[in-house]
Ligand binder design. Structure first.
Ligand code: ATP
Ligand code: MG
Length: 282
């Protein structure tokens, strides 16, 4: 599915701001297929000039994404400039903040889709390393209030954690990054994505707010050093799944199969019963 895209076949339009190490633009790519001119909206991600030293890692993230294909993984068309499919509804965290009221079954759908992407990566023995709500793109909104299905795609992992300054790692990546990785970045293994999945699940069920937001460097470090857990949900089965994923001992985190099984047994009606006495928050 990967093929060369010529630079002159790309059109750059408005800036969509900056990523961690990148500058992001909307654009389009033009290709001629069967003698016809096709224009596709794309997202162009370019390594920021200040981070030229991360080139190899950027290239790696782009080529990884362009080599694997799954319905819940973002399509990457080109890798010198990362040319990705453009996802209209954008990132999940922003969507959740904007939308306010999103049904529980909608959130469960998103969680299951992410789990299926994770399972796919696990089978291929690929660690993603940067799973968070910001990196889940909403290809289809569904009707959040009526519970019709969303469709998400996991974006690229970006620059390798090894290349990040410790302060940035602590401030930007706690609590998504698995604690063992903070001690030794080379310990980035499959289990680490389970931890991140737990943190992402927490975000999903907390309106897209970043967990531990506002804590300074010291406090964030302390959080891990004292083996703390995120504030737990009243929905005990959900809280339990999150804390299984965010187990400080990597070996005890659940397998993808177990995650999927548990998600399937989280029945929306349980949640409704739990909150029957009060108006539904979501
Ligand atoms: P990181 O490597 O830390 O994930 P990044 O360079 O990928 O950083 P992000 O912060 O993940 O940058 O993305 C910035 C914003 O760009 C997102 O919040 C989202 O709104 C938008 N965005 C990213 N990818 C796409 C895409 N494929 N389609 C549409 N919007 C996107
Ligand atoms: Mg990203």
């Amino acid at each position: 599915q990967f093929h060369m895209i010529k630079y002159e076949d790309l059109r750059w339009s408005e800036s969509l701001g900056q990523g961690s190490f990148t500058r992001i633009f909307k654009g389009s790519k033009i290709d001629i297929r069967d003698g016809e001119r096709h224009v596709t909206d794309v997202l162009l991600k370019e390594l920021d000039a200040n981070h030229k030293n991360c080139w190899e890692s950027f290239f790696e993230a782009a080529s990884l994404m362009s080599q694997i294909s799954h319905k819940h993984l973002l399509l990457v068309y080109g890798i010198n400039v990362m040319v990705q499919e453009f996802i209209k509804c954008g990132a999940l965290d922003l969507f959740l903040k904007r939308e306010g009221s999103v049904s529980v079954s909608w959130k469960l759908d998103v969680a299951k889709q992410l789990a299926s992407a994770l399972n796919f990566l696990e089978e291929k023995n690929i660690t993603h390393g940067n799973i968070c709500a910001k990196n889940l793109l909403l290809a289809r909104e569904g009707d959040a209030s009526q519970g019709s299905s969303p469709f998400i795609k996991l974006s690229d992992p970006g620059i390798n954690l090894n290349l990040m300054l410790l302060t940035v790692l602590v401030l930007d990546r706690i609590p998504w990054v698995a604690p063992e990785v903070l001690e030794a970045p080379e310990r980035l293994e499959l289990e680490c994505d389970k931890w991140s999945f737990g943190a992402t699940l927490w975000e999903l069920f907390n309106g897209g707010q970043a967990p531990l937001q506002g804590l300074d460097l010291e406090r964030k470090l302390q959080f891990y050093e004292t083996y703390k857990q995120l504030p737990s949900s009243e929905w005990t089965e959900l809280a339990d799944l999150i804390s299984q994923c965010m187990n400080y001992q990597p070996a005890f985190r659940p397998s993808c199969r177990s995650i999927i099984r548990q998600l399937n047994s989280l029945i929306t009606s349980d949640y409704v019963i739990l909150h029957a006495a009060e108006p539904l928050p979501d």
